[in-house]
Design a protein around this ligand. Structure first.
Ligand SMILES: Cc1cc2nc3c(=O)[nH]c(=O)nc-3n(C[C@H](O)[C@H](O)[C@H](O)COP(=O)(O)OP(=O)(O)OC[C@H]3O[C@@H](n4cnc5c(N)ncnc54)[C@H](O)[C@@H]3O)c2cc1C
Length: 382
C-alpha cells in the first residue's frame, strides 16, 4: 500500500483555525452540545443550515452549482474539525460526502442543477438505500425491483437499517431494473433518486440502543419514480455503488467517532496527574496519528482519481476497531458512571461510545467483508 504523506499549507492551517473558532463560538452560544458519533447520529437541521450559510457544504464542488472548488484536503480539515468538536452534522453528512460526488460523476445536468445547490444550502438531505432484510454484505442479492412504465419506473420492495431516513428528503436507492437471470447478480442493478415523501413510501423507525430513532425500515408499494431520477447508466448501479463506497470508507469519520471521549479522558487524567494512565493513552494517540496519516493519504489519492478500494477497506477496518477501543481503554483507566443524561461529560461520552460502538465495525461494510476485499485485492496485485 503506497500512500502519499501530505503536508498542510499555511492557508490550510489558517482555515482549520477559522473552523475551530466558529465551532467554539457556536458551542458557547449553546447551538449544540458535543456528542460522540455525531456525524451519523447528531441530526440537527438548524445547525446544518448554519453550516450551509457558512459555505461549508460541498466545498470541493464546482462554483457553477454553488460550491467553492476547494481541495479535498480543505474538506478533510473541515470535517475533521466537525468530528473533533462532536458537532451535529448528520442531517447533511450523506449528501455532502457521497450524494454530491455521485451526482457530479454520474448525474445528468438537470439532476446537478436541481439537487447540488439545495444540498449546499444545508436544506436537502439524502439517505443511503442499499441494505435489505435479506441482503447486507451480499448486496448484489437485493430484490427491491423497479419495473418500466410510461414516463418512469414503479418500485416495489423494502430497505432496512437506513440511517436518518426519517429526516431525509431523498434516498439514492439501489434497485433491480432487470430480473435476475440466475447467473450474474451484479448485472441489472440501477440507482434511483427516490423522493421519501412520495406516495407509496412508508418509513418505520427502528430504535437505536440509546432508545433514540436512527435507523429505519422503508417499504415501497408501487412508488412511481420518473425517468429523470435514474442516476447514471441503467444497469450500472453496481459499479456506481462501488465508487460511492470508496468515499464512504476512508474518511476521518471512521477514526474519530469517539474522539470526544478520548479528549475528555486526557483532560481527566491530566487533572488527576495520573502519569501511568497517560502513558497508556499516549499509545492510543500514536495509533490515532498513524491512522490519520493513512486516511489523509487515501483522501489525496481519491481526489486525484486513483484506485483506493484496498487502502480504504484497510483504513475502515483498523480505524473502526480503534474507535471501539477508546471506551474499552477509558473504563480501565478511570472510574466512570456511563449515562446518556449524566452531568459529567466523561460519563456521557462513555455511554454514547458504548451504545454506538457496536455499529462502527458493521456500518459501511463489516470488518470480515473488508478483510475479504483486502485479501482479494492483494491477490489480484500479485
Ligand atoms: C449504525 C449502522 C448504520 C447503517 N446505516 C445504513 C444505511 O444508511 N443504509 C444502508 O443501506 N445500510 C445501513 N446499514 C446496514 C449495514 O450496511 C449492514 O448491516 C452491513 O452491510 C452488514 O449486513 P447485514 O447486517 O445484513 O449482516 P450480514 O451480511 O448478514 O452479516 C452477518 C455476519 O456475517 C459476516 N459475513 C457476511 N458475509 C461474509 C463473508 N463473505 N465473509 C466473511 N464473513 C461474512 C459479517 O461480517 C457479519 O459478521 C447500517 C448498519 C449500521 C450498524
Amino acid at each position: 500500500m503506497k500512500l502519499p504523506v501530505v503536508q498542510f499549507t499555511e492557508e490550510q492551517h489558517q482555515f482549520r483555525a477559522t473552523v475551530r473558532q466558529f465551532l467554539q463560538q457556536q458551542q458557547a452560544q449553546g447551538t449544540y452540545t458535543t456528542k460522540c458519533d455525531s456525524w451519523l447520529s447528531g441530526s440537527n437541521p438548524a445547525f446544518s443550515k448554519r453550516i450551509g450559510e457558512q459555505g461549508w457544504i460541498g466545498i470541493t464542488w464546482p462554483k457553477k452549482y454553488g460550491g467553492a472548488e476547494c481541495s479535498a484536503l480543505d474538506r478533510y480539515i473541515l470535517i475533521e474539525e466537525f468530528l473533533a468538536a462532536g458537532a451535529p452534522v448528520a442531517a447533511h453528512w450523506i449528501a455532502d460526502r457521497q450524494t454530491g460526488p455521485l451526482l457530479l460523476r454520474y448525474g445528468t445536468e438537470e439532476q446537478k442543477q436541481t439537487f447540488l445547490p439545495e444540498i449546499i444550502k444545508g436544506t436537502c438531505y439524502f439517505a443511503i438505500g442499499l441494505s435489505e432484510p435479506n441482503s447486507g454484505s451480499d448486496l448484489a442479492s437485493i430484490s427491491t425491483r423497479a419495473e418500466k412504465v410510461a414516463g418512469g419506473w414503479l418500485v416495489n420492495g423494502s430497505k432496512t437499517w437506513t440511517s436518518n431516513a426519517h429526516d431525509a428528503h431523498y434516498m439514492i436507492t439501489l434497485v433491480r431494473t432487470e430480473p435476475f437471470d440466475g447467473t450474474a447478480k451484479h448485472k441489472g442493478l440501477s440507482q434511483l433518486i427516490i423522493d421519501l415523501h412520495a406516495e407509496g413510501v412508508t418509513i418505520k423507525p427502528i430504535r437505536y440502543l440509546t432508545g433514540k430513532p436512527h435507523f429505519n425500515e422503508i417499504f415501497f408499494d408501487n412508488v412511481f419514480v420518473p425517468d429523470n431520477r435514474v442516476v447514471g447508466g441503467l444497469g450500472n448501479g453496481w459499479e456506481q455503488g462501488l465508487a460511492e463506497l470508496a468515499f464512504e470508507r476512508s474518511g476521518p469519520e471512521r477514526i474519530l467517532s469517539t474522539l470526544p471521549l478520548l479528549q475528555e479522558l486526557i483532560k481527566e487524567l491530566k487533572a488527576q496527574q495520573n502519569e501511568v494512565a497517560l502513558q497508556e493513552v499516549a499509545s492510543l494517540v500514536a495509533r490515532l496519528w498513524s491512522l490519520r496519516n493513512l486516511s489523509i493519504g487515501v483522501a489525496q489519492v481519491l481526489a486525484q482519481g486513483g484506485e483506493v478500494a484496498v487502502p480504504a477497506a484497510l483504513v475502515k477496518s483498523i480505524g473502526t476497531k480503534f474507535e471501539q477501543s477508546i471506551p474499552e481503554i477509558a473504563r480501565l483507566l478511570t472510574a466512570t458512571f456511563p449515562r446518556l443524561d449524566a452531568e459529567r461529560a466523561l460519563d456521557r461520552y462513555m455511554a454514547e461510545a458504548i451504545l454506538h460502538g457496536p455499529g462502527f465495525t458493521i456500518r459501511g461494510g463489516t470488518t470480515e467483508v473488508l478483510y475479504g476485499i483486502v485479501a482479494k485485492g492483494v491477490v489480484a496485485n500479485e
